[in-house]
Design a protein. Structure first.
Length: 265
């Protein structure tokens, strides 16, 4: 008995599948018809023309133009808001159904890129190219400044060791750094590239200030506080008494005067 009941379920044709229902125009609720296994209706192939590119897209016949745009994202790389679909010379709204406006199998639809979106893309591309160019120009200056920084370090070590250096060495190096500073000033940069340019300007200025200080120290070794002669306000009393600020010994009040004084009329 159990075996017979099981067989009866297998022959019922439902296979435990979920039943979809639809409302007929007369108001009768019936099981939704399965058209070729696809509840959305038959599939149709649409020819899409986009400039020099051509695509063939297969979608359910009852899809909307918005659905078609979502499919075209994977083919064209354009987001739905960047797409404009034209059928028979008229642009279609996203909520319009393909079959309602006459789109059939092998119908042709024109795809255009939204002009405003295209303009924004071009502007963004120009900004990115300009930023990339600024990055490259700042990087070139940074490489030159790195080379000059080694010379600054060498001069600093030499001066700190007490070795005299010709003033020309400082002047030439400062002039080379100023050339790089002028290059940075001509670079048009925005965003992160502008930040990098500003940091490099400060770096060059710091090297120039360092060279100015080293040049002054090289010209006057005693100008630096660490090597200058310290003047003490404390006086030292020498054994010889020279330079002593000690007060003289006062004359005793009991000193006897031996001179005789003469009285005049």
């Amino acid at each position: 008995m159990k075996k017979s009941a099981s067989k009866g379920v297998e022959n019922s044709g439902f296979d435990n599948r979920q039943i979809d229902w639809e409302l007929r125009p007369g108001g009768m609720l019936v099981q939704k018809r399965d058209t070729e296994g696809d509840p959305s209706g038959p599939m149709i192939k649409i020819k899409i023309s986009h400039g020099s590119y051509h695509y063939e897209i297969t979608v359910p016949a009852q899809s909307t133009f918005g659905d078609l745009k979502n499919v075209l994202v994977h083919e064209t790389g354009l987001e739905p808001k960047e797409q404009r679909l034209l059928f028979r010379g008229k642009e279609k709204e996203d909520n319009e159904c393909l079959h309602m406006v006459g789109v059939k199998d092998m119908s042709k639809v024109i795809l255009l890129e939204d002009p405003a979106c295209k303009e924004r893309k071009l502007e963004e591309m120009k900004r990115n190219q300009g930023m990339l160019k600024a990055y490259e120009e700042v990087a070139k200056v940074r490489a030159e400044v790195d080379k000059l920084s080694q010379k600054v370090l060498t001069l600093e070590t030499t001066v700190r060791n007490g070795t005299h250096v010709a003033d020309k060495e400082f002047s030439v190096l400062i002039e080379l750094l100023m050339v790089q500073l002028l290059k940075l000033d001509t670079i048009e940069a925005n965003g992160e590239a502008k930040v990098q340019r500003r940091n490099e300007v400060r770096r060059v200025q710091n090297f120039v200030d360092t060279l100015d200080n080293l040049k002054a120290r090289n010209s006057n070794p005693f100008s630096n506080g660490s090597n200058a002669v310290s003047v003490s306000t404390k006086w030292q009393t020498f054994e010889s008494g020279v330079g002593s600020l000690s007060a003289p010994v006062p004359v005793q009040s009991g000193t006897k005067i031996t001179q005789d004084w003469e009285l005049f009329d």
